[in-house]
Design a binder for this molecule. Structure first.
Ligand SMILES: [Zn+2]
Length: 287
């Protein structure tokens, strides 16, 4: 998406990577070829790669510029991180940093980092390697993290915790919050549990308009047709589906700009109804 301005805020998208990810049936247990067949005519090309049959999935961040603050929402995969997914393991590609610079920001500019949840593709650039140690990438930022997410990651002693979270805690740059935290009257969190225990959406309000970064509430446009289909990496698949449907029912046919983590480029738009399926997505213009 192009930068979106409303009221006193401008929102930029910062892409790290985008491409065929996994087969639909490997992500959504219900997505058999037979079950997908009625929707393939609108899914193919943009949402499903015609060559590989895999879901097209970006990994990206959003930067919200307000009169007072520069706020980064989610920090992608990063470099040098440990992941079971080969494409995400030990990357040395600094595309994300270059795209951040192209949007007009340096790491020093970031005042707050929000993570919708503590998974590898939402926390990677929280830290970078410096002389063999993980250090905060954003030296001037306060990282706003949900208490329940940090507690779960710490209990699991996950790679994400060790590489992307613990160094932030040790640097004294974390602020642990409840999932309904409000930074101010512009930026508020909305608890959306299911994908993870403390998953949040980040709501941005200014000049009577609203945008919402919905993180991993949705992973593919397939879920516009099947909002009850959860994905294999959802901690609680039933709760994830209930959360998605409740959120979507509140957003459908409103003017709220919906920013997604993983819908294909341009990734942002408005949730609408559709005659053939529960929801549709009216994308904003591409860049
Ligand atoms: Zn994700």
């Amino acid at each position: 998406m192009r930068p979106q301005t409303f009221g006193e805020v401008t929102i930029h998208r910062v892409l790290e990577l985008e491409g065929p990810f996994m087969l639909p049936s490997d992500v959504f247990p219900n997505a058999t070829p037979q079950a997908l067949e009625p929707d393939m005519h609108w899914l193919l090309n943009h949402s499903i790669c015609p060559n590989t049959g895999k879901l097209i999935l970006p990994v990206q961040s959003y930067v919200v510029q307000t009169p007072d603050h520069t706020i980064l929402i989610d920090t992608c995969v990063g470099c040098g991180k440990t992941s079971a997914l080969p494409d995400w393991n030990d990357r040395d590609d600094d595309t994300w940093l270059r795209n951040l610079a192209a949007a007009g920001f340096t790491p020093q500019d970031i005042d707050f980092v929000f993570c919708t949840h503590l998974h590898a593709d939402h926390t990677g650039w929280n830290t970078r390697l410096l002389d063999g140690r993980w250090v905060p990438t954003f030296p001037n930022a306060t990282y706003i993290l949900a208490k329940s997410e940090v507690a779960k990651a710490e209990a699991d002693q996950s790679n994400v915790f060790r590489e992307n979270v613990q160094p932030i805690l040790e640097a004294g740059q974390a602020q642990l919050v409840e999932t309904d935290f409000a930074l101010n009257d512009m930026i508020t969190l909305i608890p959306t549990p299911g994908h993870t225990v403390g998953h949040v959406c980040v709501q941005i309000q200014s000049g009577g308009q609203t945008a919402i970064m919905i993180g991993d509430v949705i992973h593919s446009p397939i879920q516009l047709a099947h909002p009850d289909w959860s994905m294999v990496y959802d901690d609680d698949m039933d709760l994830a589906a209930a959360t998605r449907i409740k959120l979507f029912d509140g957003l459908v046919d409103t003017d709220t700009l919906v920013l997604t983590a993983h819908l294909p480029t341009p990734s942002a738009g408005r949730l609408t109804g559709h005659t053939d399926r529960p929801y549709d997505f009216a994308y904003v213009d591409k860049e």
